[in-house]
Write a protein that binds this ligand. Structure first.
Ligand code: PNS
Length: 159
């Protein structure tokens, strides 16, 4: 069985993430979407809230599971018999960081990283951009699923 992990902070999950998860699910027997900590970012949603949103929005993909991990991605891969790490690559600006992480995770765990080209429609999309727009009352309905949009509206209103 070939098992991949799609790791990220998913704060919150966007249509860009969902496109990568769906395409990864067509290539592997099982895909685990793992919510991990990114120490360079502060989060708007708790890990439990992010898991709930990912679970709801990937429910139609039968070979996709959701998990969380508070340590290194390399250790998650070793502990869970992961064959590949799948991440989306939006633009050249993502490349340096993703290459560094891919090389580090290969050395630390022996697990290959597959960098999947983001669909052009999502190439500008990021959770940070979505949060910034939502904060100022911008319309993010084309960027995140309705349940996530609703959760964002509540959170930026302080609920
Ligand atoms: O969605 P993001 O924020 O770009 O995802 C980055 C993430 C969470 C995958 C990355 O920060 C990560 O792997 N965090 C877990 C800790 C780790 O393994 N860090 C890299 C080596 S120091």
């Amino acid at each position: 069985m070939k098992r991949a992990v799609c790791p990220g902070s998913f704060d919150p999950i966007t249509y860009g993430h969902l496109d990568i998860i769906k395409r990864a699910s067509a290539q592997f027997d099982e895909v685990i979407v793992a919510v991990l900590e990114n120490r360079t970012k502060s989060s708007l949603f708790t890990v439990a809230e992010r898991i709930e949103m990912i679970t709801a929005t990937t429910a139609h993909l039968s070979n996709v599971k959701v998990d969380s991990w508070s340590g290194l991605l390399a250790d998650y891969c070793k502990t869970n018999s992961i064959n590949a790490i799948v991440k989306g690559l939006r633009a050249v600006t993502d490349f340096d960081y993703e290459l560094q992480m891919a090389q580090l995770n290969l050395q630390a765990s022996g697990v290959e990283t597959m960098l999947m080209a983001t669909a052009p429609a999502h190439s500008f999309l990021s959770s940070s951009l979505v949060k910034e727009l939502a904060h100022y009352g911008g319309d993010v309905s084309t960027m995140v699923p309705p349940t996530v949009n609703a959760a964002l509206k509540l959170r930026v209103a302080g609920k």
